[in-house]
Design a protein around this ligand. Structure first.
Ligand SMILES: NC(=O)c1ccc[n+]([C@@H]2O[C@H](COP(=O)([O-])OP(=O)(O)OC[C@H]3O[C@@H](n4cnc5c(N)ncnc54)[C@H](O)[C@@H]3O)[C@@H](O)[C@H]2O)c1
Length: 304
């Protein structure tokens, strides 16, 4: 049996549960050898008990696949470096990095403490940057050694980062930052044979099952649209050689729906060729706004 990810070595961060677990199992089912990373923290990032990464490795092995656990913190240089080293030491290569780990500390902006801001920015934004940097350094070294990597990175943004989400200023800012990081990484790393894309998923995990209980619930029968496993096929495809030519893109993936997200682009424009007065600038801005498309609603923004 041949799979779309046959022979590839894939790292998935935060793969002990939720979406990351589904991605790890899906890659293994398609023939990849998987490094299952998870620090095993609570939903708010507080230290947890047990080894969710070890449990997922056991599941993959029970299904006849190959996997190894890594329990480090991806938001530290030491953790990110040891994660890439785990792939190289265990399997001798690294082909795909799926950045997925993270946690929430939701609060309205006026109540959001500095440490809640820092913790969420750190785990998502720095937790994407550091594994990406260490993996990219490996792939650049491969190119310098005369080999030609066919490498893939899949980052995890969120609708919160694309449209904003009330009560999630820290998370939305981090997830928007991940989109910008994806665009820059795709532009910089193409020369090393690395494609970098991002997804904005939606699925039933501990992150969503209570806040969005109504929309996330599994139906009694029929297609379970919010199962995390529905997001993984696109991630596996993006993480495999078959996605050649696709880089610097953001996809929304939810249930049976895949969308290409079309991001910021210059809309209605006026150019005076000289400095505006504030009154002129305001008048022009209002005229341009009247011509512009209405932005999508911020998640959770009510009428009042
Ligand atoms: N569930 C959704 O609908 C949804 C929507 C948009 C974006 N996302 C994003 O998808 C990703 C996965 O979320 P999920 O819903 O599966 O949540 P989850 O809580 O089920 O899984 C996240 C995992 O990351 C691990 N983790 C946290 N900090 C870590 C660290 N520093 N190092 C290593 N592992 C760490 C946790 O232990 C946990 O197992 C997150 O980036 C999340 O923001 C999820």
């Amino acid at each position: 049996m041949t799979g779309v990810a046959d022979g590839r070595v894939v790292i998935v961060t935060g793969a002990g549960r939720g979406l990351g677990r589904a991605h790890a199992l899906a890659f293994a089912a398609e023939g990849a050898r998987v490094v299952v990373n998870d620090l095993g923290v609570g939903l708010d990032g507080t230290p947890g008990v047990g080894s969710p990464a070890g449990r997922v490795v056991a599941e993959i092995r029970a299904a006849g696949g190959e996997a190894v656990a890594h329990g480090g913190d991806i938001a530290t240089s030491a953790g990110a470096a040891s994660l890439v080293a785990a792939a190289l030491d265990t399997y001798g290569r690294l082909d795909t990095l799926v950045n997925n780990a993270g946690f929430l500390r939701d609060r309205m902006l006026v109540n959001l403490d500095e440490d809640e801001w820092d913790a969420v920015m750190r785990v998502h934004l720095k937790g994407h940057f550091l594994p990406l940097k260490h993996a990219a350094a490996h792939w650049r070294a491969e190119v310098k050694a005369g080999r030609a990597p066919c490498a893939r990175v899949v980052n995890t943004s969120s609708g919160a980062g694309l449209l904003g989400s009330v009560g999630q200023a820290n998370y939305s800012a981090a997830k928007a930052g991940i989109v910008a990081l994806t665009l820059v990484a795709a532009a910089e790393l193409g020369r090393y044979g690395v494609q970098v894309n991002a997804i904005a998923p939606a699925a039933r995990t501990r992150m969503t099952e209570r806040t969005f209980a109504g929309t996330m619930a599994a139906p009694a029968a029929g297609f379970d649209a919010m199962a995390p496993e529905n997001v993984s096929p696109l991630v596996v495809w993006l993480g495999s050689t078959v996605s050649a030519g696709v880089t610097g893109r953001v996809f929304e993936a939810e249930g049976g729906r895949i969308s290409v997200m079309e991001g910021w682009r210059r809309g209605p424009t006026a150019d005076k060729g000289a400095r505006w007065t504030p009154a002129e600038a305001g008048e022009t801005a209002l005229k341009l706004l009247a011509e512009a498309e209405t932005p999508g609603a911020v998640y959770g923004a009510g009428a009042g």
